[in-house]
Design a protein around this ligand. Sequence first.
Ligand code: HEC
Length: 62
Amino acid sequence: MAGPPTNVQFMVKDSKKYAATGGWGFAQFTDGKPDGEAVHKTCFACHAPAKDRDFVFTSYAP
Ligand code: HEC
């Protein structure tokens, strides 16, 4: 049985507000509480290889 969620991640597109990170705002919540800026700074660097797919790794099946 699945337990309660412990870690939730979001990406929000806003090309003006988040222009420095490909138009994406990254957010992570641990145990329901938002994590700090230090955590969020790590997100974009690791998503950079997916630049050709707008920094999103997964895609809908065709
Ligand atoms: C160590 C590298 C790495 C870091 C750091 C990282 N990600 Fe990801 N992320 C991935 C990979 C690889 C996938 C796709 C694989 C998968 O679905 O498990 C992914 C998938 C996602 C997805 C699903 C959409 C997609 O791109 O497929 C979201 C949303 C996401 N990450 C948000 C975040 C957030 C928010 C942070 C920072 C708190 C973050 N990621 C940090 C590597 C990373």
